[in-house]
Design a protein around this ligand. Structure first.
Ligand SMILES: N[C@@H](CCC(=O)N[C@@H](CS)C(=O)NCC(=O)O)C(=O)O
Length: 210
C-alpha cells in the first residue's frame, strides 16, 4: 500500500496518525502541494478530486478521503480501535470528527483560498481573517460539545487516541500555525498536551515529514 500525502496537509496527518497507532507499515509518496502537483498527472488520474490523502492499494485500486481511508484501516487492523465501544460515544466521537472534517477544514484548503483570492479579490489580510474565523469557530464548537458531553479519559473518548482526537489534533496545529487564540478552549488544550506527548501521534506530526 502507498499513501499519497503532503506533510502539512491536515487530512494526511489524520491518516498518518492512524497508520502509526495501528503500527501499519506502508510506503509514502509526497505530493508537492505548493507546486500544485495534486492538480496534474499522474496524481490527478489517481484521485480525480485532486486532493490528498489518497491510499493506493497493491492491486491498483484507490481510496480517497481521510475518513474512508481510516475506516478501511480500521477494518484491516481492528486494534487499537479508533472508535469507542459504547454506541452513543462512538457516534458522538464521529460527530466531533465531522465538526472538523465537514464544517471546518474544507473552508481552509489551498483550493478554497486560491479561489477566494483569484475570483473574489481576497488579499493576504482577508485570507488571514477568513482562515482564522473558520478555525476558531470549528474549535469553539468542538470544545463546547466536549464540555457538555460525558466523555472521559486521557483522550476525548477514552484512554487511547480515537477518531475525534485524530480530527481535532491537526486542527489545533493549524490554529497555532495561523495564530488563532485557543487559551480559553480548556477541553482542547488538555487534549493538545496529551497528544503532543503520545509517541505514535508525534511520529505522524508534519514536522516529522518535512
Ligand atoms: N475531505 C477530504 C479533504 C482533503 C483535503 O482537503 N485535502 C487538501 C489538503 S489537507 C487538499 O488536497 N487540497 C487540494 C488543494 O487545496 O488544491 C479528506 O478528508 O480527505
Amino acid at each position: 500500500m502507498k499513501l499519497h500525502h503532503f506533510a502539512h496537509s491536515s487530512a494526511s496527518y489524520r491518516v498518518r496518525m492512524v497508520l502509526a497507532l495501528k503500527q501499519i507499515e506502508i510506503s509514502y509518496v509526497t505530493v508537492d502541494m505548493p507546486a500544485q502537483e495534486q492538480t496534474r498527472l499522474p496524481f490527478a488520474a489517481l484521485n480525480p478530486q485532486r486532493m490528498v490523502p489518497c491510499l493506493e492499494l497493491d492491486d491498483g485500486r484507490v481510496i480517497p478521503q481521510s475518513l474512508a481511508i481510516i475506516d478501511y484501516l480500521e477494518g484491516l487492523v481492528p486494534e487499537p480501535s479508533v472508535y469507542p465501544a459504547d454506541p452513543v460515544l462512538r457516534s458522538q466521537a464521529l460527530a466531533l470528527a465531522l465538526f472538523i472534517g465537514s464544517e471546518t477544514a474544507p473552508l481552509q484548503t489551498r483550493l478554497v483560498r486560491r479561489i477566494l483570492a483569484e475570483s473574489f479579490g481576497f488579499d493576504e489580510a482577508a485570507d488571514q481573517r477568513w482562515i482564522t474565523t473558520w478555525i476558531r469557530r470549528g474549535l469553539e464548537h468542538a470544545n463546547a460539545f466536549l464540555a457538555a458531553s460525558d466523555h472521559a479519559g486521557t483522550f476525548t473518548f477514552g484512554e487511547t487516541p480515537g477518531i475525534a482526537d485524530i480530527f481535532i489534533v491537526p486542527q489545533l496545529r493549524n490554529a497555532a500555525r495561523f495564530g488563532v487564540a485557543t487559551d480559553d478552549l480548556t477541553e482542547l488544550n488538555r487534549l493538545d498536551a496529551v497528544a503532543k506527548a503520545h509517541p505514535a501521534l508525534a511520529k505522524a506530526h508534519p514536522d516529522a515529514w518535512l
